[in-house]
Design a protein around this ligand. Structure first.
Ligand code: MEV
Length: 326
């Protein structure tokens, strides 16, 4: 079937989507090796809007032209008659870049959804948007698992496992991080990282290739940890959650994805509860944001400490909706 795009909707108003960042509760890095990971979307969001214009914008930001190309190719293969069009766009984001919050995945998801609608005149299923956003993520990060874009797209608590390149289990759970923990969860800055996600993923690969037996053992232990964290969220068992987070941090340190600065910050913050790095980490300098699960009676002292040393932090506020048309 041929779809005629670009006629009646040419004078349509702005197309606008928002997509959230994410926090990985357990399973980063091992997820690249087919192990499961558990992540939640968070209330920090990226907004992307696009509108018809006579001209195409000059100096498109890195990646936007790539997403447009992926979308146009997909639509062309699926019977839409596409000619590149002029547009203007706006990106607003409160997700810190390259700090473990999935800013790139939120960008890929929101821009993919918006370009699909811009060129076809209709909305697409999240499954399609997620698949195309993953294609963009592969161009940005070489070998991503796909968890970041999946959490940003579907939202809520997501249990993710990449079986093969063409088969992934993306399970949107029917429960969230327990509401009663909301005053205990914080994201605390450990310093900017110098490496990209792709570089950190590649460094684990090198270490894994040198000592596969040991690394597979660590990945298996992380898998146990992820399942423990999953069960703790379902049963609202705070102590089990804390235990899983601490254990996951120990294993991430063994993987070698967190450097001296990050580890020092983790040790300081462990005075207030359980702590783990989240996302790709960082070895040469800082490691981005750390997840802190604060003991309720230590919350005030944690906040005083963070304010005293002017350490950036966010309360972790989960999002349940993922990609949204706004
Ligand atoms: C990055 O947010 C998470 C990693 O596991 C990489 C990936 O899954 O693509 C480090």
């Amino acid at each position: 079937m041929l779809h005629l795009a670009g006629c009646w909707f040419r004078f349509m108003t702005v197309i606008k989507y928002s997509s959230p960042g994410k926090v990985i509760l357990s399973g980063e890095h091992s997820v690249v090796y087919g192990k499961p990971a558990l992540a939640s979307s968070i209330n920090l969001k990226l907004h992307f809007s696009i509108q018809d214009d006579k001209k195409r914008p000059e100096n498109l930001p890195k990646g936007l032209d790539l997403v447009e190309r992926i979308v146009v190719e997909y639509l062309s293969k699926n019977g839409f008659e596409i000619a590149l069009r002029g547009f203007n766009y706006k990106i607003d984001s409160d997700i810190p870049i390259s700090e473990g919050f999935g800013s790139s995945a939120a960008f890929s998801v929101a821009t993919t959804a918006a370009f699909l609608e811009f060129y076809s005149g209709r909305k697409f299923e999240k499954v399609v948007i997620n698949q195309l956003a993953y294609e963009a993520e592969k161009m940005f990060h070489e070998n991503p698992s796909g968890i970041d874009n999946s959490v940003s797209c579907f939202g809520g608590l997501v249990y993710f496992r990449k079986e093969t390149e063409f088969l992934k289990t993306i399970h949107s759970l029917d429960f969230y991080l327990p509401e009663k923990w909301k005053n205990s969860l914080f994201m605390v800055f450990s310093g900017s990282r110098r490496e990209t996600t792709a570089e950190l993923v590649a460094s684990v690969k090198q270490l894994y290739l040198k000592d596969p037996e040991n690394y597979l053992k660590i990945f298996n232990q992380i898998e146990d940890c992820t399942k423990e964290v999953l069960v703790s969220c379902k049963t609202q068992d705070f102590d089990l959650f804390k235990k899983g987070v601490n254990r996951n941090q120990e294993l991430l340190e063994k993987l070698g994805v967190i450097g001296k600065i990050g580890i020092e910050k983790v040790r300081e913050l462990q005075n207030f509860g359980s702590v783990k790095m989240t996302g790709a980490g960082g070895v040469l300098e800082g490691s981005g944001y750390l997840l802190v699960v604060c003991d309720p009676e230590k919350k005030d002292s944690l906040i005083s400490y963070l304010n005293q040393y002017k350490i950036k932090f966010y309360p972790l506020i989960p999002d349940s909706r993922g990609l949204m048309k706004i």
